[in-house]
Design a protein around this ligand. Structure first.
Ligand SMILES: Nc1ncnc2c1ncn2[C@@H]1O[C@H](COP(=O)(O)OP(=O)(O)O)[C@@H](O)[C@H]1O
Ligand SMILES: Cc1ncsc1CCOP(=O)(O)O
Ligand SMILES: [Mg+2]
Length: 262
């Protein structure tokens, strides 16, 4: 685990280009900014070439697209591959909505992601494993999560993060598990979207995307855990405020002190 990547990220302040969704776009922008990256968003395909060109990483969130936006997402994904910019995909709710899975699978025929980050329901759907996803949430299933994450990574030849109470990060062969976190993440819509964009930010500062992905998961989960423990009776509203402060103010040493992974 390369925790010093957080210091590198804060020194380099990489530009991360996000196609976000209208629900969580502000959380994603502010989360990246607070941590030490430089977010930029766009909904216009005409500026895709310039946007990808000026960015150090790209995060495509499939949370709430229109057909016009699918064209933009495809173009940006293709450009990211052509310009060798790290590309992260967040396949929101592909396990719950057949149309979304169809769109996601079609997009993945046009470009190759370096990292896919989703919850159990989303990663199971991409791996074609039986699972009862619940809307944007993981839902329930009987399968082994590590095996599902590995199957998805092997099928799509990329790093996969299956997030949840334990984050499972795999390149299809190697597996790292991040045990930090807090259940408060579940009552804040946008936790997963923030994590996906933060994964892209770490990929901007380390070409080893397996390392970048696991560090991003540890940093995000440990900061959430730390702020949750620091404030008694934290609720959904104040957690999101504390989380933003934590992303800005938590040091590498403070994360190292509570880091739990295997
Ligand atoms: N019950 C939980 N306990 C601890 N951490 C959690 C829990 N549920 C989710 N997380 C954390 O929340 C973040 C978002 O993950 P997740 O909830 O799986 O994404 P999504 O919002 O896309 O469903 C990750 O950092 C994950 O580790
Ligand atoms: C509620 C909702 N609806 C479409 S996208 C979205 C946000 C999903 O955010 P997250 O997956 O980070 O909880
Ligand atoms: Mg999500």
């Amino acid at each position: 685990m390369k925790l010093d990547l957080l210091d590198t990220l804060r020194q380099q302040n990489p530009i991360v280009f996000n196609i976000s969704n209208f629900v969580t776009v502000q959380d994603v922008a502010n989360g990246l900014n607070a941590l030490g990256a430089s977010p930029i968003m766009s909904e216009e395909v005409a500026e895709a070439d310039e946007m990808v060109g000026l960015s150090s990483a790209v995060c495509l969130n499939l949370g709430a697209f229109t057909q016009v936006q699918v064209e933009q997402i495809r173009k940006v994904g293709e450009l990211a591959n052509q310009k060798h910019k790290p590309l992260v995909i967040d396949p929101v709710a592909v396990g719950a909505v057949a149309y979304r899975k169809q769109v996601a699978v079609n997009l993945l025929n046009h470009f190759h992601p370096d990292v896919i980050r989703g919850n159990a329901g989303e990663i199971a759907a991409l791996a074609d494993v039986e699972w009862n996803a619940k809307g944007i949430d993981a839902g329930e299933g009987a399968g082994d999560l590590e095996a599902i994450a590995k199957a998805c990574a092997q099928k799509l030849s990329c790093v996969v993060i299956l997030s949840g109470p334990t984050d499972i990060i795999t390149d299809g062969m190697r597996v790292v598990k991040v045990l930090n976190g807090t259940p408060l993440f579940q009552i804040h819509v946008g936790s997963g979207d923030m994590l996906s964009s933060i994964v892209a930010a770490f990929c901007a500062v380390d070409e080893d995307y397996f390392e970048a992905a696991q560090t991003a998961c540890l940093v995000f989960a440990a900061i959430g855990e730390r702020v949750a423990k620091a404030t008694p009776n934290l609720g959904a509203g104040s957690f999101s405020v504390q989380l933003m402060d934590g992303l800005q103010l938590t040091t590498t040493a403070q994360i190292e002190a509570i880091a739990a992974y295997q």
